[in-house]
Design a binder for this molecule. Structure first.
Ligand code: CTP
Length: 421
């Protein structure tokens, strides 16, 4: 049966004959709707809907286009989308196909269906356009009713060196947002392959980090965007600020009578497995509270150099997800009375992680005794997450030395997962 949101939506008119045929998009679960031309309506809002202006009168919405690869979607990507949405009423995001990125930049880590789903799950996005052209044209902006295009303040070129935004720049339909320092796909792949724990701690000297001695050419196989002018990849220099957390946070309180759902986890390298869990958890009630474990807890359970993203980075990824209402930063592994009562009164706890703590105790003992633990989603999550977190190193032709490190990380991850079945 169609959801309320699906019933309200009508697709865009059929694609113009001259436009490239859209890539088929795998059936996405509600609340999304996929239109005839392949566009994914993620929020239920359309570029053709009128909006109420400050004078109370109805007007055409300001519609903004952003495009990109969004490989291993991270909080830098989410922050670009947040800034673009601040300039718009409706945000349309074009995501390039694997084939288009391969020609212009190199192979991606995440497949296109995963990248489309990751962008659709970002709370600032209204419409996702799969298989968007790498060179941004006025045709694509017009087709999706966009007034202008927004991109981070870095230059993006085609394989032949042409500026991807020249046409929209010439037409004065290009704006910039501030690129987020300290995170990139290259950086995340580097953490994975180098087994560095630098992202867990404050550093006194950049020179001491092993990742500073890792040549960017060695990561070039990935659609990394590693700067040619900087011969070495940089280590994480993410500086958590309360302002960034506030910018990403919705600030919504539960309404009286709302059913509050709690789900916890590490949410490392935020991916489609996490998104699917959060979507399914939100569907259990009205308000989703997410507990994100601190770095020490994750490391004690998973070992090796996990988590690959530190607590604040993981919190930002979770906050950017449209299904999430509030986050407990550094939630305890055991679901305690405080967690269930102090933030909001929790009605349902979704069991989403191994059911033994390192001391062997059941972290869900309390919600189970209270009769509010819900285990149904656990099996689905286990396979989705494990597969994704260990896939990356397998799929790429890495130098032998890095393969060994990646294999060791994978073995440890599997051992940890099996040990907690
Ligand atoms: N972006 C950003 N901050 C980052 C990374 C990306 O603001 N740290 C922005 C880009 O400027 C672009 C959008 O996110 O507007 C999508 O970027 P993408 O096409 O995925 O490519 P990259 O910029 O190469 O992203 P990454 O370095 O992570 O691969």
């Amino acid at each position: 049966m169609a959801t309320k949101q699906q019933q309200q939506l009508t697709p865009f008119p059929a694609t113009a004959a001259s436009a490239p045929a859209p890539a088929p998009v795998a059936a996405l679960p509600p609340p999304y709707m996929v239109a005839e031309d392949g566009a994914i309506y993620a929020s239920g809002r359309k570029p053709t809907d009128l909006v109420t202006g400050p004078d109370g009168k109805l007007r055409k919405p300001v519609v903004v286009w952003v495009d990109g690869c969004f490989d291993m979607m991270h909080y830098g990507h989410a922050n670009a989308l947040r800034q673009a949405k601040a300039m718009a009423d409706i945000l349309v995001v074009g995501v390039h196909s694997d084939a288009e990125i391969l020609v212009n930049k190199g192979p991606t880590v995440m497949k296109e269906q995963e990248r489309y789903a990751a962008v659709a799950a970002c709370k600032w996005v209204d419409v996702v356009v799969p298989d968007a052209p790498y060179f941004t044209t006025l045709h694509v902006l017009d087709k999706f009713h966009c007034d202008f295009c927004v991109h981070g303040d870095d230059i993006t070129t085609l394989a032949d060196g042409t500026d991807c935004y020249q046409e929209v720049k010439d037409a004065n339909r290009y704006r910039e947002c501030k690129r987020t320092q300290g995170v990139s796909t290259t950086e995340l792949v580097g953490r994975m392959l180098l087994m560095t724990k630098d992202h867990h701690k404050r550093r006194s000297s950049l020179a001491q980090s092993p990742i500073t001695h890792f040549k960017s050419e060695e990561l070039e196989g990935f659609s990394s965007g590693a700067s040619k002018s900087a011969p070495y990849t940089t280590i994480s220099h993410f500086l958590p600020t309360s302002r960034r957390i506030v910018q990403f946070s919705e600030g919504r309180e539960p309404m009286p009578g709302d059913k509050v759902v709690y789900v916890d986890g590490d949410f490392d390298l935020f991916h489609v497995g996490h998104i699917e869990l959060l979507r399914a958890a939100k569907a259990q009630g009205d308000y989703l509270l997410v507990g994100v474990h601190d770095d020490q807890t994750v490391n004690a359970i998973k070992g090796s150099n996990f988590p690959l993203m530190n607590l604040h980075e993981r919190v930002l990824s979770v906050l950017a997800c449209r299904f999430v209402d509030e986050v407990v930063i550094g939630a305890p592994f055991k679901v305690t009375k405080e967690v269930l009562e102090k933030v909001y009164k929790v009605d349902v706890v979704v069991v989403a992680k191994p059911e033994h703590d390192i001391d062997g105790a059941d972290p869900y003992a309390l919600p189970r005794a209270m009769g509010i633990a819900q285990r149904k989603l656990y099996e689905e999550r286990k396979s989705a997450c494990c597969a994704k977190e260990t896939q990356i190193a397998d799929e790429f032709d890495l130098p032998e030395s890095h393969k060994a490190a990646a294999q060791a990380a994978k073995a440890e991850a599997l051992k940890a997962a099996n040990g907690h079945k």
